[in-house]
Design a protein around this ligand. Sequence first.
Ligand code: KIV
Length: 306
Amino acid sequence: MSSAKRSPQDQPPVTINRLAEMKANGEKIAMITAYDFPSAGVIEEVGVEIVLVGDSAANCVLGYDSTVPVGMDEMTILTKAVRRGISTPLLVVDLPFGSYEASNELAITSAQRLVKEAGCDAVKLEGGGASVDRASAIIGAGIPVMGHVGLTPQTATALGGMKAQGRTADQAIKVAEDAITLDHAGCFAIVIEAVPQAVVEMIVEKIDAVTIGIGAGNVTSGQVLVLHDLVGINDGHMAKFVKRYADVRGEMKRGVESYVDEVRSGAFPAAEHVYSVEPAELERLRQRLDREDLESNYSWDWEPLA
Ligand code: KIV
């Protein structure tokens, strides 16, 4: 297993076959969320295997208090922006809550829109049960699907809140069943969220698909974190599984504070931010301003309001 930095410039686009090969070779897969063009550009430069336009965009960039309200139009706009910024990673998009559960037809229509209009390579959906049927239908329509088991935020209320899953044998068997049936349905990858590592270890042994963990320990084929958590844009409560690698919010705050201070003190703009003009042009302007009655030369073609 190599931890050497990959050089994205030399890399061909990541394919589903390449991910399966990485799993077989024991090479860890890096996946990260993105919701905008500049972040996508940074991720492309660094080089990761999978970019997810997660419905966590609902909380991270749209200001909703859960992932439930975000819709297809919003996910499409965000995905188009990310698509413009990346060409190497595999681009996966979350099917938002309400865009796939009701029928296989709805699931296929929503997935097709995200592929055709937004340019994603694959879609992700949450849960087992009826979602397995939806996954199967979308795969049958030619679109690769990533499953998501364990803590599934779209239906967190039914799971008793945003908390770890699979901590009892009964709960764990449900997570295992969901993962195994999604695997049999043909999902190329399965996200396992907030499940004890010892349980995940047993589940991954039964699965052929690539597994991506978030709060699932280090026994999966790869890891995913939400960009806004890992670079410290989000503040407030963080899940146990989040590791902070930067303090972007703190840095942004320092920048905005300095700007406001300098505007108020008059230190900004300084000479280097100001355009210059030739002295001769300035003199010509001065003479004309002195000489001409600009207002009387100005022709108005509208009637003033009564
Ligand atoms: O929406 C999201 O960001 C996700 C990841 C946490 C897997 O589903």
